[in-house]
Unconditional design. Structure first.
Length: 277
């Protein structure tokens, strides 16, 4: 949807359905924003209910902390991603704290993360079912556009896309296939590592927040294996990470990004690999 199409009705549907799944019949926390606004409130007024999580010149990303019955920091997201000016709703689990296996509460924390990820999928599926724009709509629109456009000649280059957000992974797959790349996908870190070992792609487009193994753990495992250590990695995330973590990869792509930047960074990493071969 375009920003000017955001209405109080759409926002209310998104928030109410999120809360229904996140809390059931339980008490909602006090930080839930008050949606008691005029029905014709303009989009810019509605955006004041969110926190703006983007820098000047970047694609817009707005978040609203709604939490869930087990974890208070999960967020409803309203952002433009991949296509400039095209907004969609989603959920950010916001649970990427580094908890190591030797920490006393490690298993409990892993259980919270699994719960959050399952809830995220349920909420986004519900939003799609009730007609609130999500990444699924973006995927369909990009697929229709690419189907009607001229495909570039095959480049004989394989890219492994590792992202647990399946609609976004399919959108990226569609865009890169239209540019001539051969694409494979995995939706968790461990499966991505297995596919890298088996297929030896020319590049890996790797999300940071993943189930099973996060992006940095995948990179460490890739570098430790003689078969995969030279495969270049383009790391993607909406999280704030350190320069040391960024430098673990061959390139960094901050979410949300548009398709022009996606192509630019993929070409940059590919060209750097070829020049060093």
């Amino acid at each position: 949807m375009r920003l000017e199409e955001l209405t109080l009705g759409v926002l209310t549907k998104a928030v109410e359905n999120y809360l229904e799944l996140a809390y059931g019949g339980g008490t909602k926390p006090r930080w839930i924003p008050d949606l008691d606004l005029p029905p014709d409130a303009p989009p810019r007024e509605l955006l004041k209910l969110f926190q703006a999580d983007h820098e000047e010149g970047e694609l817009a990303r707005y978040t609203m902390r709604l939490g869930n019955r087990n974890y208070p920091f999960m967020k409803l997201v309203f952002q433009e991603h991949i296509v400039d000016g095209q907004f969609q709703f989603g959920v950010d689990t916001h649970d990427d704290m580094e908890i190591k296996p030797d920490y006393p509460d490690y298993e409990a924390w892993m259980a919270v993360r699994r719960f959050n990820r399952e809830l995220k999928v349920k909420i986004e599926q519900r939003l799609e079912e009730i007609g609130v724009p999500t990444a699924a709509q973006l995927r369909r629109e990009v697929a229709e556009r690419c189907a009607s456009s001229t495909q570039e000649e095959a480049k004989d280059r394989k890219i492994l896309v590792v992202d647990d957000e399946e609609d976004l992974a399919e959108t990226v797959e569609t865009l890169l296939e239209a540019r001539g790349y051969s694409i494979q996908k995995a939706h968790d870190g461990r499966k991505g590592l297995e596919m890298a070992l088996e297929h030896r792609p020319d590049m890996i487009l790797l999300d940071y927040e993943l189930p099973e193994m996060d992006g940095l753990e995948v990179i460490a495992a890739l570098r430790a294996n003689v078969v995969t250590r030279d495969i270049p990695v383009l790391l993607c995330t909406a999280s704030k990470i350190s320069m040391q973590e960024i430098h673990a990869a061959d390139g960094f792509l901050a979410k949300p990004y548009n398709e022009g930047l996606l192509y630019k960074m993929v070409n940059h990493v590919m060209e750097a690999r070829e020049s060093s071969s």
